[in-house]
Design a protein around this ligand. Sequence first.
Ligand code: AMP
Length: 400
Amino acid sequence: MKTVLVINAGSSSLKYQLIDIETEAVLAKGLCERIGIDGKLTYQPTGGEKFQKEAPMPTHQQAIELVLAVLTDAKIGVIKDMADVAAVGHRVLHGGPNFTASALIDDKCIAAIEEVIPLGPLHNPANLMGIHACRAAMPDTPQVAVFDTAWGMSMAQKTFQYALPYEVYTEHFVRRYGFHGTSHMFVTGEAIKRLGREGDPDVKIITCHLGNGSSVSCSKGGKCVDTSMGLTPLEGLPMGTRCGSIDPAIVPFLMDKMHLSIKEMDTLMNKKSGMLGISGVSSDFRDLWAASKAGNDRATLALEMFAQGVKRYIGSYFAELNGADCIVFTAGVGENDWAMREMIMQDMDALGVDFDFEKNRTAPRGEECVLSKPESKIRVMVLPTNEELAIARDTAAIAL
Ligand code: AMP
């Protein structure tokens, strides 16, 4: 059996998934938590019983060694030995200007990821810890880095450039990169397959990744043309706790009025804004709908602002692409929240969308589904995202 181990390393956690690359089946998945504190391993073999154990994990390397031990365990493991792991795929947040696609990890690649730590100060160091841990535990197994920013690297300069002094771009690499790239890439590829338009350079797709973090992206011929997140994931839509795009002059204005430090202003925009900040209730859409139904006007306002934001991006991307063949909803809200999809798709007929509101209401949660009427010029679909599978596919394509 040939498998790919997919790793998503955080500063004190490590998510993993083992995928059979021939059948694309998930053999097992799980999580190491509280790395460097005390340590807890969760392991879920597909079709088997969930297994949890407290185990000391002072570093990411011990965590990965525990994962390999449980995957190859004689009783509960899903592979015979380490040789069954043909390659490891790592999720890496920021590739900066260096990476336009996934890359085989070697010393040069690691140095390039280190170079852009200032652009992803929370995630890149943690992703690197996962890479170093796997290289130490599996020195002979090829490793691949899959960048969340790579999708956005096909944007034209007029699209990714901010209208700041040009040197800000050349000296500090400040440009629009975009995030959720692996998800946008995956659902775009799946949508193109469903449309039967593989290899067509003119196929135009708008993808709405709506979850706790949200972004909208558009593509032509499967390549990103524009995306709503920017240098950081703060730009674009209002999100669970992020404000999204605002007048940049608000930043110095509030820092002055509220006597905020840079860090406090950053926290206000990233952690206290968005759905949570507007509603005062929650960042979770389920809580917001419940509060809205109970008469909370601010919860209703937050939901309306979110829908309005998505509608704006769909409209502007429609103009940018000069049309669209398909609009895709994905991620937690996009896949599960029919009421939000309904709000977004209201009054879109001028674009050529004939949305089936009835079908949308009864669509099974989290499952692939076509939500436009057969006569609609633009197909609207729910396509569940699968970033781990996208990472496994890229890893196999590069390393094997
Ligand atoms: P994600 O970041 O993609 O994991 O999405 C998480 C978000 O999806 C949660 O914060 C919820 O707001 C939302 N969500 C998940 N399930 C539902 C549901 N059944 N109805 C409405 N929102 C949901």
